[in-house]
Design a protein around this ligand. Structure first.
Ligand SMILES: Cc1cc2nc3c(=O)[nH]c(=O)nc-3n(C[C@H](O)[C@H](O)[C@H](O)COP(=O)(O)OP(=O)(O)OC[C@H]3O[C@@H](n4cnc5c(N)ncnc54)[C@H](O)[C@@H]3O)c2cc1C
Length: 861
């Protein structure tokens, strides 16, 4: 084993081997993988080997598509067979709701270039004759599914990596990880120490333990998982003989089972409701190539449904039951990327579907390590998406919930209950007493809407408009016409201070920094000129004269943004950054009476000329020291008031009391989001993501190319000069009783008109390579997908996709935001667009001006 390396990968499961291969392919030959035992000694060896491309997050789906496409090339490079069986697969819907879910997945697949098809139960039966098709209402066919040999595939990655110069050291446990003052890692192993610039945690079942070596508690947990193998079956052999084909894979949501052909029998696995964590606190180091004791009772309810749906399988004898552990993060997606607070410590763990995702994870992580950027929109699997609240017990509760719901529908208005409430503000009890329906916002309980007294505060989950519709509407109307108050503790808040604060922010942000006492809105870009943040910044410099700025942003991106801020912080200590989390909470008051209301609570003049739109001021509100911004996300006259938690109850009751004469109402997040729609305001993670440039995102007025050099400026200038290919637009949709949720295709009646490349961007920036080392330019090429071009229906063509939307209650219209080719973005013609909602195409029309207060007079009044 060498004593020095550019990078050490800890763990030789499928993920570690993929990371090693991708690093070597990207040009880092000086890399070592260190494995405690033999390759595949964690969960990889006993996997069922299934792979598929579908994922709730389209960006993760794209990386899965890349993984599947890689295998053939990997076999050629390594000379090692992966035993690929590209059979295709079907997902069976047993209810109309489940069919809606499949319609949505199919619609998303359209612009991702996936070739799925909705089929009838009889068509499904023809591909998998062991089923009783009368149990189902429909199905979706996906040709890019199949299975492979897990061990062969892991070794194929390993051999290909070795051919490119990487080293693999077996039977050598990593015992300790320490870091020298210059940042060099000491990887202390049973066979000596390796000094490395980078360490990657691919510890799989032991990833928690490897994390703990550097003081990090990663939110992942292993669960027991069972599948059974039948004896050979005559029906299977007969099908193979008569059709010349293998049976397809089948996913049965109702039974919580997946099944497919394995040799001349059947493999059937379950995600049972009564699921069981394995080694909830510590994973034993002596756990090796062994299986857990099967527990048929636990999976009996799933098997019962399964045998009813697939009577052909029930008759077969069971040859073997496999029970093995594998790891999950709380939301079931991997944990990938650099760990905030550490330098050059990376992770690629909690990969629950290593054979669908391993390739994409390896590609994104190697890009990130070698080029400084993943090159893809990897938010869905970024390790930074969980906060400090994702502790061992939180993770345990959420992983169990996620596992037991793996095949359940998650409705767009559905809040999941496990591990809640966790964080609460001082107003939590008050909100609950006022019949608030609470939601989880990055671990914080936040009011979504208020149910009328005497009714149960709960959502009826649905893809359609639901029981909150009327009440959210009332909250919106009362706010727009009088005044409303809502909690905004769930925003991210940071303070940046020190002599270098302004220069630091000017280097990071696209807009000019505000003068003392003023506020600006500003996007933040990466080096490739793509949107990685969107903030409100106030210059809060006080009497001492030390530069001070408050920053507000998206709560879910707090670790993601802190990681970026820390990476760019000057090393000379001239800038300090502090993340407040819940040590600063807030209230927003909005509506035409909000100024009169605030005036009753303060001793200074807050009239329009004294406290202008986009002003910031420190002032006592109801006697409590507060920071006040004259700005609201509702687009009304309004204020954000920030205070220490100890003052929140005081300020809230004063607001309510003083607001009584104006008819004040409480409103929740749903009303806030409805109001922002009628102002065409974008949201971070929906409209604004790292796959879009600032001009594509229609953020033009917040980008000051002339101000000074800032990160991403050159690329942004190029985007402006060349003209953005896409534009974010707002559309009025002729919806019925369901509004858009996001990710629906946008159709346009454009005949053969050419808009250049309009495929949904996924990759960007960092160069990416296919398995032969060729650079690939588009994500669609990387996944073998064709993008949205080519999806046609007569004169209609899919030209874009929805990012978010819903019902705008004040203007009483169903609205959507999304991206379309720039050439169409100003075209307000009737009959030009249609948006596919739950499989039905509905007429839509672009509205370039906000429907509420287009001139912005109300917020300035
Ligand atoms: C029953 C079952 C069925 C499954 N079916 C499928 C399926 O059909 N499709 C699919 O895609 N996935 C399936 N999976 C999941 C799949 O197995 C995992 O996604 C995958 O194995 C994860 O790989 P990994 O490399 O992250 O982890 P692991 O395979 O656990 O590998 C981690 C490696 O790190 C090594 N290691 C850990 N700590 C150290 C240390 N300190 N020093 C040195 N080495 C260390 C371990 O020895 C181990 O070899 C299944 C899993 C099970 C249990």
């Amino acid at each position: 084993m060498k004593s020095h390396a550019k990078a050490v990968v800890v763990g030789g499961g499928v993920v570690g081997c993929s990371v090693l291969y991708h690093l070597a392919r990207a040009g880092w030959a000086d890399v070592i993988l260190i494995e405690r035992s033999e390759l595949t000694s964690g969960s990889s060896w006993h996997a069922a080997g299934g792979f598929h491309t579908l994922n709730g997050d389209p960006n993760v789906a794209k990386l899965q598509a890349y993984t599947v496409q890689l295998y053939k090339e990997l076999e050629e490079l390594s000379g090692q067979s992966c035993s690929l069986h590209l059979t295709g697969g079907i997902m069976m819907a047993d209810t109309p709701e489940r069919m809606d879910f499949l319609r949505l997945a199919h619609a998303k697949g359209r612009y991702l270039g996936m070739d799925t098809e909705l089929i009838t139960p009889s068509e499904a039966k023809a591909m998998f004759p062991l089923m009783d098709e009368t149990n189902f209402v429909g199905a979706m066919w996906d040709p890019v599914e199949g299975h492979l040999d897990p061990s062969g595939t892991t070794h194929a990655y390993a051999k290909a990596a070795q051919k490119l110069g990487a080293e693999i050291v077996l039977r050598n446990r990593v015992l300790e990880l320490t870091q020298d003052p210059d940042g060099t890692w000491n990887v202390v192993t049973e066979k000596g120490t390796v000094k490395a610039e980078h360490v990657v945690n691919c510890g799989g079942l032991w990833a928690r333990e490897v994390g703990r070596m550097v003081g990090v508690e990663l939110p992942l947990l292993a669960m027991e998982h069972m599948y059974l193998l039948t004896e050979p079956m005559k029906e299977v052999e007969e099908f193979n003989r008569s059709t010349g084909r293998e049976m397809v894979g089948v996913l049965d949501f109702k039974g919580e089972i997946y099944t497919r052909q394995e040799r001349n029998g059947i493999l059937l696995g379950t995600y049972e409701k009564a699921c069981k964590p394995w080694s909830p606190v510590n994973t034993p180091w002596d756990f090796g190539h062994e299986l857990l004791v099967p527990d048929l009772d636990r999976i009996a309810p799933s098997l019962e449904v399964g045998f009813k749906h697939f009577p052909g399988i029930e008759k077969a004898g069971i040859k073997q039951i496999i029970n093995g552990p594998f790891t999950f993060a709380p939301d079931g997606n991997p944990l990938v990327g650099p760990v905030q607070g550490l330098t050059n410590f990376w992770c690629a763990c909690a990969v629950m579907a290593g054979f669908s995702q391993g390739g994409g994870v390896g590609l994104a992580l190697s890009n990130w390590m070698v080029e400084g950027d993943p090159g893809f929109d990897v938010w869905g699997m970024d390790v930074a998406r969980f906060g400090e609240w994702a502790t061992l017990r939180y993770t345990n509760a959420k992983v169990r919930e996620n596992y037991s719901r793996r095949f359940s529908i998650r409705f767009p208005n559905e809040e999941l209950p496990a591990a809640r409430p966790a964080q609460t503000t001082p107003l939590y009890d008050t909100m609950v007493a006022q019949n608030a329906v609470m939601g989880d916002s990055w671990g914080l309980e936040t009011p979504l809407w208020f149910a009328p007294r005497g009714t149960e505060p709960r959502d009826v989950v649905s893809y359609h408009r639901s029981n909150d519709f009327e009440h959210v509407g009332n909250e919106v109307r009362a706010t727009r016409e009088r005044v409303g108050v809502t909690e905004i503790a769930n925003f991210a808040k940071y303070e940046v201070a020190g002599p270098g604060a302004e220069a630091f922010l000017n280097r990071l942000m696209t807009n000019r920094m505000p003068k003392k006492g003023r506020i600006v809105l500003t996007p933040m870009l990466n080096e490739f000129g793509k949107l990685i943040g969107d903030f409100t910044i106030a210059n809060t410099t006080g009497r001492t004269g030390e530069e001070r700025f408050m920053i507000w942003g998206s709560s879910a991106a707090q670790k993601y943004h802190m990681r970026w801020f820390e990476k760019h912080l000057p090393r000379d200590g001239s800038v300090r950054i502090h993340r407040f989390d819940q040590t600063l909470v807030g209230l927003s008051i909005a509506g035409p009476k909000s100024q009169a209301l605030l005036q009753k609570l303060v001793d200074e003049d807050v009239s329009t000329s004294a406290f202008r739109f986009m002003d910031f001021r420190e002032m006592a509100v109801a006697g409590a020291p507060c920071l006040v911004n004259r700005i609201t996300y509702t687009g009304d006259l309004g204020y954000e008031i920030w205070m220490q938690p100890a003052y929140q109850r005081l300020v809230y009751s004063a607001v309510k009391e003083a607001g009584e004469e104006f008819g004040i109402v409480d409103f929740g997040m749903r009303a806030l989001l409805s109001m922002r729609l009628e102002k065409n305001f974008p949201t971070w993670f929906r409209e604004l993501r790292p796959i879009y440039g600032p001009f594509e995102g229609s953020m033009d007025r917040f980008v000051r190319l002339e101000k000074n050099d800032f990160i991403g400026r050159e690329a942004a200038a190029r985007e402006k000069a060349e003209g953005p290919k896409l534009r974010r637009v707002s559309l009025i949709v002729d919806a019925a009783d369901a509004d858009v949720m996001g990710d629906e295709p946008i159709w346009a009646k454009v005949g053969d008109r050419d808009f250049g490349t309009v495929e949904k961007p996924h990759g960007y920036g960092a160069p990416r390579f296919d398995a032969t080392g060729e650079e690939v330019r588009s994500s669609a090429a990387a996944s073998g997908a064709s993008g949205v071009r080519g999806i046609t229906d007569g004169e209609w063509r899919v030209v874009g996709w929805v990012t978010s939307g819903g019902y705008a209650h004040y203007v009483r219209k169903s609205l959507a935001q999304g991206y379309v080719p720039a050439a169409l973005a100003e075209n307000e013609s009737e009959g030009l667009f249609e948006i596919e909602i739950l499989g039905q195409r509905r007429a839509a029309r672009i509205n370039t001006e906000p429907l509420f207060d287009p001139a912005g007079e109300k917020m300035r009044s």
